[in-house]
Design a protein around this ligand. Structure first.
Ligand code: ZN
Length: 615
């Protein structure tokens, strides 16, 4: 438990409920030693009433002795002190944030939860402990938004704890019980630790943005730490569990000899004064320890670190993230080679990776090469603690994307549509399309549209850049912008933009002019996916002025070879003319005898000039 300001904690009240409270409030004045008579152990850190839940016989048997567990043994504790290379243990945490019945007045925001997660991970990283948020939710329940009666804590937890046997539930509410404002946690040795009644209750004003380290303190309790002042202010005065000034103890108080005995103090400094039991001055204390109530806490000691690891593995393995992985990259051009590292706090007997591209591996740390695409990655282990699996959706982003401009037929002096296509292997959030229609022949720009293309439904805003002199424009489509049919363009291939251009009327039949997606100035053809931007290949296209009567599409004509090709096709089963527009010289949308007639008329009889109909 951690009180705010100068309020006295609930624990404190309980321990010193009969008389001593006034004394403590008045400022840690020396009291007359009571050690002459046997003094029973009267309480534990009130983080939760583990002690009270023990059978009466056990309490009676322990009276006068300090209860110990496996991790209270100094050698055991020390064997768990992590080093910089100790595997990081990851705990799953789940946040329940309470607000009013109508959804108003949340105890904190989602951003505050993110901030708290960041502080927890920062504070615990030196101790090789990290936290993974499995989820957070807002709970609409005015009854618990502000808790004023202690029994409401358990009522709240029994109704709202989520999978308490496999993750640490953190409840964010306002607490004001009998004028006391506090947060509290449940010790790992508490019989409730893995039940709905475990976890942490965070008082709103001890949570970001007001306070970043109270959750660290409460998590310290959850993982097996006592208050730094436990041996002085939370046990019977001068009793068997009392930690005397000048005698830091491994087996009383907070069970850490690297933390000097201290009375409870809110100061960012030594408490001053003298231990009434030993007569020694308190001297230098660890007033910046997270497990004190000091206002400038910033660390755990190495023995605390050992206790946390030890108690965690003794009692809290069910909260540990079973298996997880990291890799040296997730995003890049295909083929993309990625080195993976499997991690677990369990004793794994087998590893299995599924790369979701048809391939798998049984190594702990495999390397895999991905073709273009966006892939989930799954890692599963078998262990004594059971099977565990983790999937990271859309984890790998290997790109090999291209722009392509169509080669189209047009007629001189007529508006001609040229489609720009992309082939994208990744879901795209944005695309930047600089293109040019500059060439030997004069071509005028008309407009761009995306109706009927893959981007139909999204808005094509005005061009981000226009260079009329050099016949260049750049358009951007933001698929993540509000109002579109989705927040990304799915992988696929096909037109995304139709550009309408006017080839000059004097452009001869058979001539062509280029249309290209091309970088110019600061405009670069760009794809953007969730992990970042990348650049793709580009295939140029063109407008070719249709050469009417070039039946065999050899670029010249119409001539005898074209007439022969048409007659072969129509009457003796010859090859289908490759370009209908060039062969359908009468515009009938088919090749028939009247096209032969028109061809002969033009070639040999001075008939009318042939034209193409562009379909
Ligand atoms: Zn506490």
């Amino acid at each position: 438990m951690r009180s705010s300001g100068s309020a006295v904690s609930g624990t404190f009240t309980k321990i010193f409920a009969s008389g001593a409270l006034t004394l403590i409030l008045s400022g840690f004045q020396p009291v007359v030693a009571q050690a002459a008579a046997p003094v029973p152990v009267v309480g534990w850190c009130g983080t939760q009433e583990m002690w009270a839940q023990k059978p009466a016989a056990m309490r009676a048997a322990a009276a006068g002795y300090c209860d110990v567990g496996p991790c209270d043994v100094p050698a055991t504790r020390n064997s768990w002190i992590p080093s910089g290379s100790t595997t990081i243990t990851v705990f799953k945490v789940y946040f329940n944030v309470f607000r009013n019945d109508d959804g108003s007045n949340p105890a904190c925001t989602a951003a505050d939860v993110d901030t708290q997660m960041a502080w927890l991970n920062r504070d615990f990283l030196p101790h090789r402990i990290q936290f993974e948020m499995t989820g957070m939710r807002f709970v609409n329940a005015s009854r618990f938004r502000t808790i004023t009666i202690a029994s409401e804590f358990d009522a709240m937890k029994s109704l709202y704890a989520v999978k308490a046997d496999s993750q640490c539930n953190i409840f964010v509410v306002a607490v004001n019980v009998g004028g006391k404002v506090y947060s509290y946690a449940t010790f790992p040795w508490d019989s409730d630790a893995l039940s709905p009644y475990g976890g942490i209750v965070m008082n709103r004003t001890q949570f970001p943005p007001y306070d970043n380290h109270t959750a660290t303190h409460e998590m310290g309790h959850c993982l097996g730490l006592w208050h730094t002042f436990h041996g002085v202010s939370e046990v019977g005065q001068c009793d068997a569990c009392y930690e005397f000034a000048g005698t830091p103890s491994d087996v009383t108080g907070d069970f850490c000899s690297d933390i000097p005995p201290t009375p409870l103090s809110y100061a960012c400094g030594n408490p001053g004064g003298t231990d009434p039991c030993s007569g020694f001055s308190w001297g230098n204390t660890d007033f910046t320890n997270y497990m004190g109530y000091g206002s400038c806490s910033n660390h755990f000691t190495s023995q605390q670190s050992g206790r946390m690891s030890c108690w965690s593995y003794d009692r809290l393995q069910a909260w540990m993230s079973g298996v997880r992985f990291i890799s040296d990259g997730v995003f890049g051009p295909a083929p993309l080679t990625v080195s993976f590292q499997g991690q677990t706090a369990q004793q794994a007997t087998s590893w299995k990776w599924d790369f979701h591209d048809g391939d798998s591996s049984l190594l702990q740390n495999p390397t895999h090469t991905f073709n273009a695409g966006n892939y989930d990655v799954t890692l599963s282990i078998e262990s004594a603690g059971g099977p565990f699996t983790v999937t990271k959706p859309q984890y790998i982003w290997a790109h090999a994307d291209t722009f392509k401009v169509a080669n189209v037929l047009g007629n001189a002096g007529k508006k001609t549509r040229v489609d720009i296509s992309i082939k994208n292997s990744l879901p795209l959030t944005r695309i930047l399309i600089p293109f040019t229609w500059a060439g030997t022949y004069s071509v005028a720009f008309d407009t761009v549209l995306n109706a009927g293309t893959r981007t139909a439904g999204w808005t094509v805003p005005p061009p981000v850049q226009v260079d009329a002199f050099n016949k260049r424009r750049t358009y951007e489509i933001n698929f993540a912008a509000p109002g579109g049919p989705g927040t990304f363009l799915p992988p696929g291939e096909g037109p995304i933009l139709s550009v309408y251009l006017w080839p000059v009327g004097s452009m001869p039949q058979g001539a062509s002019t280029p249309v290209q997606v091309l970088a110019y100035g600061y405009q670069t053809p760009t794809f953007e996916a969730q992990p970042g931007i990348y650049y793709g290949g580009s295939v140029a296209g063109s407008i070719k002025i249709c050469l009417a009567g070039d039946v065999n599409n050899d670029g010249s004509g119409p001539d005898i070879a074209d007439l022969t090709a048409m007659i072969d096709f129509l009457f003796i089963g010859g090859t289908v003319p490759p370009v209908l527009s060039q062969s359908d010289v009468d515009g009938s949308k088919g090749i028939d005898i009247s096209d032969v007639t028109a061809l002969i008329s033009y070639m040999f009889m001075g008939g009318p000039k042939l034209t193409c109909v562009i379909y």
